[in-house]
Design a binder for this molecule. Structure first.
Ligand SMILES: *Cc1c(COP(=O)(O)O)cnc(C)c1O
Length: 457
């Protein structure tokens, strides 16, 4: 056992130490070599050391270097060293975090992490927090609490009776709603398409002047952090409108909610605490390992009523029962990673990490603009959208940059334009990494454009 686990730690450390010396994207050869894992289910046992070696030898080279310094794809953070360490220890503990009795430390660290999170994000201190797999399930949990409450107000117990014959619920989303919110609505029987879509502005923010008239049970889904622009809905204004209409307000803040922890960015989120439920990811900007999302609900009882296994669990038990707040019953002790992140960073470290990523994004935008390329969004957070010319040219630059391997960015469509999206979300990215990546972007873009000019001539 000792030898095996030490070998695993050795291999993991070597992986992390050498990650930034290789291409961010795995080589085609490494990915092709994954075909070698294919075999029928082994009839007999294998030496665990050989199992580990096979995983490392074939798996490690085929990874995308998300744990490295220069990965800017989607909105994906790395993992803080303290959280990787905590995660390893927790794996060794093998705790079932469903209950207080099953794992006193899982429950205790999670409860403390809950208090710290609400403090850091400026949310009401008596919110319930569900430690779920990601923002998709956090949206699901928050919206389940919403569904429970708006129907209870009109005398319908949805947990007991389901939606057959229930009074209809009006669901309002912005036109730039994240697909995971629609998926959550589908899972909840509220329908992916049965929504009122409110127009958005050029940054993807819901237009308060287009807020519809609503009556009866209603849920308003807002967004803090558009996945392309980083734009945040006008939360204060929309929360006030929703309150007047008697609607529940849910905020998808998968990454953007963390701006509340950074004093210079927090004004973007003014009014966020007026909502009823919030979803965010710890595995994005808090930089903890997968999987870790967080559902916050102001009315703790609403989340508990939607998530607890049976009503009998709805007692005023002295200890918080973790599984009363999550779709899952048995699960890993996610709160440990969150606790380790917040303990290792402190309030100031968290603020600095968020602010640093935003500063890096500003530097990318400045450098690209200075070279004559068009930045399509207002860089308010960690997201930058850049165009290198027409759609085909931009796509060619993205492809060439990915092959170059210095850094990794993906492509996106933004309001009819093709763009490269740079998302700075990792604790590990330094000023030097930004300069090195920016230089690669400019070099690759110049080469692509020169090649095109030559082929035209
Ligand atoms: C990433 C993201 C989600 C989904 O989060 P998962 O952790 O992948 O489930 C939802 N909303 C927004 C705005 C996101 O950026």
């Amino acid at each position: 056992m000792r030898e095996l686990l030490s070998a695993a730690a050795e291999r993991a450390i070597r992986y992390l130490e050498t990650l930034d010396d290789r291409s961010v994207v795995p080589s085609r050869r490494a990915v092709a070599a994954l075909a070698q894992i294919d075999e029928p289910l082994p009839e007999g046992p294998s030496d665990p050391a050989a199992v580990l070696a096979a995983l490392d030898d074939l798996g490690s080279p085929a990874t995308m270097a998300m744990a490295g310094h220069r990965f800017f794809g989607w909105v994906i953070g790395g993992s803080l060293p303290a959280t990787v360490a905590a995660n390893w220890l927790a794996a060794a503990w093998d705790q079932n975090a469903a209950g207080w009795q099953s794992s006193p430390p899982a429950a205790a660290f999670e409860r403390l992490a809950q208090r710290w999170l609400l403090d850091a994000l400026g949310l009401p201190s008596d919110c319930a927090v569900g430690f779920v797999t990601g923002a998709t399930m956090a949206n699901f949990a928050g919206l389940a609490a919403a569904r429970q409450t708006v129907l209870k107000r009109v005398g319908w117990d949805v947990e007991a009776n389901g939606l057959f014959g229930a009074p209809p619920i009006t669901v309002i989303v912005g036109d730039e709603v994240h697909v995971s919110v629609l998926k959550a609505l589908g899972l909840l029987g509220l329908g992916r398409n049965r929504v009122l879509r409110v127009p958005v502005d050029d940054q993807g923010r819901m237009r308060a002047d287009r807020f519809p008239d609503v009556a009866g049970p209603a849920i308003l889904c807002l967004q803090a952090g558009n996945v392309n622009t980083g734009g945040v809905d006008p939360l204060a204004e929309l929360c006030a409108l929703a309150r007047r209409a008697g609607a529940w307000v849910h905020v998808d803040g998968a990454f953007g909610l963390w701006a509340a922890a950074a004093p210079r960015r927090a004004p973007l989120l003014a009014g966020v605490a007026e909502a009823d439920s919030w979803a965010t990811d710890a595995h994005k900007w808090l930089n903890v390992p997968y999987d870790c999302g967080l559902a916050f609900v102001r009315d703790a009882r609403a989340l508990q009523a939607a998530m607890a296994v049976t009503a009998a669990y709805l007692s005023d038990a002295p200890e918080r029962k973790p599984s009363d707040f999550t779709p899952e019953l048995s699960r890993r002790a996610r709160g440990l990673d969150v606790w380790a992140a917040l303990k290792s960073l402190g309030r100031a470290g968290l603020a600095e990490m968020i602010e640093r990523c935003c500063r890096h994004a500003e530097r990318f935008a400045e450098g690209l603009r200075a070279a004559g390329y068009e930045v399509l969004n207002e860089v308010v957070l960690n997201q930058v959208l850049v165009s290198f010319g027409d759609a085909a040219t931009t796509r060619r630059v993205i492809e060439a940059l990915q092959v170059d391997g210095t850094c990794w960015c993906g492509g996106t469509e933004w309001q009819g334009r093709t763009a490269m999206r740079i998302s700075v979300s990792s604790w590990a990215t330094t000023d030097a990494d930004v300069e090195k990546s920016l230089a690669a972007m400019l070099r690759v873009a110049a080469t692509v454009r020169a090649g095109q000019a030559a082929s035209v001539a």
